[in-house]
Design a protein around this ligand. Structure first.
Ligand code: CP
Length: 306
C-alpha cells in the first residue's frame, strides 16, 4: 500500500526499515526525488512540530511543497476532504500529508485516492510518524525494544500517541504500562496494563508522558493544574525514583508543571527535544517511501514533463 495511515498496517520489517533509513538520514545520507514531485500538507488541526518537521523534511529531499491553508481553502465553502485531495491529485500533486480531527478520516479515502496519503494524526486515532520517532529515540537509547518496560502516563483515552505506541511497542516485545486518572482510562486499548503512577515510574525504562487533550474533552477537567501535577504528573520527587538509565519522552506540546515539572523538560534523562529532532529524519524516511511509491503511479508527471 502506498499510504501510511497507521503503524498497524505495517509489518515489523517495514517499521525496522523506516527506522534504519531515518537513522541513515540522521547520519547525513543524501537522497533527492529524481523527478519534479509536488506534495501538500493538509492540516485541519493546529500543529507546530509535525507540520514544520514535515516541511523541513520535504525541502531537504528537494520536494516541491504546495502551500495549503485550510482556513483559506475551499473547505470553507463546504468542499469535502475527498474532493480536496482529488483536486490536488488532478493537478499533479504526488502525495499529501493530512492531519484531521476526525478519527480514521482516511477510511473513506484509502481505496479511492491513488496518491500516497501520510497520516499526520487523526482525532484520537493514530499518529504513526510520532510513534516512529518515539521508536527511533528509544532504539537509540537501548538498541532494541524486547524486554523494555514503557510507561504511558496521562490522558490515555484521548491520545492517538498512546494508541499508536502501545500497539507497536507490544508487537516489538516491550511491556506497556498505563497510568491514568480513572476518567481517562481506555477500555478499548488492550495493549497495556493499568498500574499506579509511582509503580510505573519505578519500573519503567521509558516514561512517556501525554499532553492533556483539553480540546477532545466534553467536560472540563475535574482537577486543577496543581492537583493534576501532584497526582498524575512527573514531579521532581517522582523523577528521583526513576531508574538510573530510564528516559523521559513527551510528544509535546508540553503543559509545563502539569504533566511534567518545568525543570525536568530539559533534564539529563529527558529526550523530549531529541524526539523532535528525530521527527525530521523519520519524516524524511516516510516521505522517501511515499515518493518512491507515488512515482510508480506516475501522477506527479501528469500533463507535463520537465
Ligand atoms: N507531537 C505533535 O504532534 O505536535 P504538534 O501537534 O505540534 O504537531
Amino acid at each position: 500500500m502506498a499510504h501510511l495511515l497507521t503503524l498497524t498496517d505495517l509489518s515489523l520489517a517495514e517499521i525496522t526499515s523506516l527506522l534504519d533509513e531515518a537513522e541513515e538520514f540522521s547520519e547525513g545520507k543524501y537522497w533527492r526525488a529524481p523527478e519534479l514531485f509536488f506534495v501538500a500538507n493538509l492540516f485541519f488541526e493546529p500543529s507546530t512540530r509535525t507540520k514544520c518537521s514535515f516541511e523541513v523534511a520535504e525541502r531537504k529531499l528537494g520536494l516541491q511543497v504546495i502551500p495549503f491553508d485550510a482556513d483559506m481553502s475551499s473547505v470553507q465553502k463546504g468542499e469535502t476532504l475527498y474532493d480536496t485531495i482529488r483536486t490536488l491529485e488532478s493537478i499533479g500533486v504526488g502525495a499529501v500529508v493530512v492531519r484531521h480531527p476526525e478519527d480514521q478520516y482516511f477510511e473513506a479515502l484509502r481505496d479511492s485516492i491513488a496518491i500516497p496519503i501520510i497520516n499526520a494524526g487523526d482525532g484520537c486515532g493514530h499518529h504513526p510518524t510520532q510513534s516512529l520517532l518515539d521508536l527511533m529515540t528509544i532504539r537509540q537509547e537501548f538498541g532494541a525494544f524486547r524486554g523494555l518496560t514503557v510507561a504511558i502516563v496521562g490522558d490515555i483515552r484521548h491520545s492517538r500517541v498512546a494508541r499508536s505506541n502501545a500497539e507497536v511497542l507490544t508487537r516489538l516485545g516491550a511491556t506497556v504500562l498505563f497510568a491514568s486518572p480513572d476518567e481517562w482510562k481506555d477500555d478499548t486499548n488492550q495493549y497495556g496494563t493499568y498500574v499506579d503512577l509511582d509503580e510505573a515510574v519505578q519500573e519503567a525504562d521509558v516514561i512517556m508522558l501525554l499532553r492533556i487533550q483539553h480540546e477532545r474533552h466534553e467536560e472540563k477537567m475535574g482537577l486543577a493544574r496543581k492537583q493534576y501535577h501532584e497526582r498524575y504528573g512527573l514531579t521532581v520527587e517522582r523523577a528521583k525514583r526513576m531508574k538510573d538509565r530510564s528516559i523521559i519522552l513527551h510528544p509535546a506540546p508540553v503543559n509545563r508543571d502539569v504533566e511534567i515539572a518545568s525543570c525536568l523538560v530539559e533534564c539529563m534523562q529527558s529526550r523530549i527535544f531529541k524526539q523532535m529532532e528525530n521527527g525530521v529524519y523519520i519524516r524524511m524516511a516516510v516521505l522517501k517511501r511515499a515518493v518512491e511509491r507515488g512515482m510508480e503511479n506516475g501522477n506527479h508527471l501528469k500533463k507535463w514533463q520537465v
